[in-house]
Structure formats: structure tokens, C-alpha cells
Design a protein around this ligand. Structure first.
Ligand code: CUA
Length: 179
């Protein structure tokens, strides 16, 4: 059967494979495998696609850990909602809660130090989008997402929720300071 002309008989799948058809199947298969290898390879060799670790958690458990960090390392508060700005020790675990409609607390990190950033949502699906680095993570309730981050430039980074989460989704923004 030709790969270009319509099939001569209705039961086209019983015809032997045309050479052109077979060639295209092989080409697409090779391309599929190439893309699959790139997907895995990019996690290892790329600088951007973070691999997250994910664990089960509960809002209570996660807030306890976050509250402990906030109680210990808050340096000031910011915004109208008095969100604490927390400067935890370099190299440690840092926590951030996403909920309707803010991120809590604000983190102040040190340049060239590695942190384990833990994220969860208290209610619905939110997104953690770190700009301008363009790092994007889904924040799912009931799960604790952990990413290893090493900020290499000082400045103020924007955190934006990029999953539609209700009427005030557009106000769900925060920041991370790097000193
Ligand atoms: Cu949270 Cu959109």
C-alpha cells in the first residue's frame, strides 16, 4: 500500500507495510526516543529543570515546621498583611506555604549558599513560579515538594502563582531576597 494514496481496500490495516510508511514510522520512533533521552538528560546536564522530591504531608505538620522557622529567624515584617521576612541559616531547610492568596513567609537567602526549599499548599493547587529565573513548580495540597536551590545572583526575585486558584489569583505574588 502506498503511504500517499488512499487505501484501495477498506481493510487497509491488513495490507503489507509500504517502504515509505515504514521509513516514517522508524523516523518518528527515533525522534520519540531522542526526545525522551533529552528529557532525562536535561535533568542531569541542564541548569534549569529542577528535580523535585515529593513527600506526603498535612497542613498541620507543615505549618508546625514553617512556624518554628518563622519564630526563630524572622528579621522584620513586610507588606500590608505583615508577612514575616525570614533569614534562616545558610545551607538549611527553608519552608514556604502557598495558600489563598499569598505565599508565607518571605525568605531572605544568602548568595552562593544551598538551601532545601520545602513547599506545600494549604488549600488548593497553586503554582510556584520564580522570576526572572523561570523556575516553575506545581504546589499541590497534601504534598511537600522539596527543591535544592543555590541562588547565584543577589537581588529581589519574584514569586508568582501560575495556577489559577480563584478570584484573587492575580494578587498571589511574593518575593525572595538574595543577599
Ligand atoms: Cu494561587 Cu493562583
Amino acid at each position: 500500500m502506498s503511504a500517499i494514496l488512499p487505501p484501495a481496500e477498506r481493510l487497509w490495516w491488513k495490507h503489507p507495510l509500504d517502504r515509505v510508511e515504514g521509513t516514517w514510522i522508524v523516523i518518528s520512533l527515533i525522534w520519540c526516543l531522542t526526545m525522551f533521552a533529552m528529557m532525562v538528560g536535561w535533568h542531569i546536564y541542564g541548569k534549569q529543570n529542577l528535580s523535585t522530591e515529593t513527600y506526603k504531608t498535612t497542613p498541620e505538620l507543615f505549618s508546625t515546621k514553617t512556624q518554628a522557622m518563622v519564630d526563630k529567624y524572622t528579621v522584620r515584617t513586610e507588606t500590608e498583611a505583615n508577612i514575616p521576612v525570614v533569614a534562616p541559616p545558610a545551607g538549611g531547610d527553608v519552608y514556604m506555604i502557598a495558600r489563598l492568596w499569598n505565599f508565607w513567609p518571605i525568605l531572605e537567602l544568602e548568595k552562593d549558599k544551598t538551601y532545601r526549599l520545602h513547599l506545600t499548599s494549604m488549600d488548593y493547587n497553586h503554582g510556584f513560579s520564580l522570576q526572572p529565573e523561570n523556575i516553575n513548580i506545581q504546589v499541590v495540597p497534601g504534598y511537600e515538594h522539596v527543591i535544592k536551590i543555590t541562588p547565584n545572583k543577589s537581588g529581589t526575585y519574584s514569586v508568582v502563582c501560575n495556577e489559577y486558584c480563584g478570584i484573587n489569583h492575580h494578587t498571589m505574588v511574593s518575593r525572595i531576597y538574595v543577599k
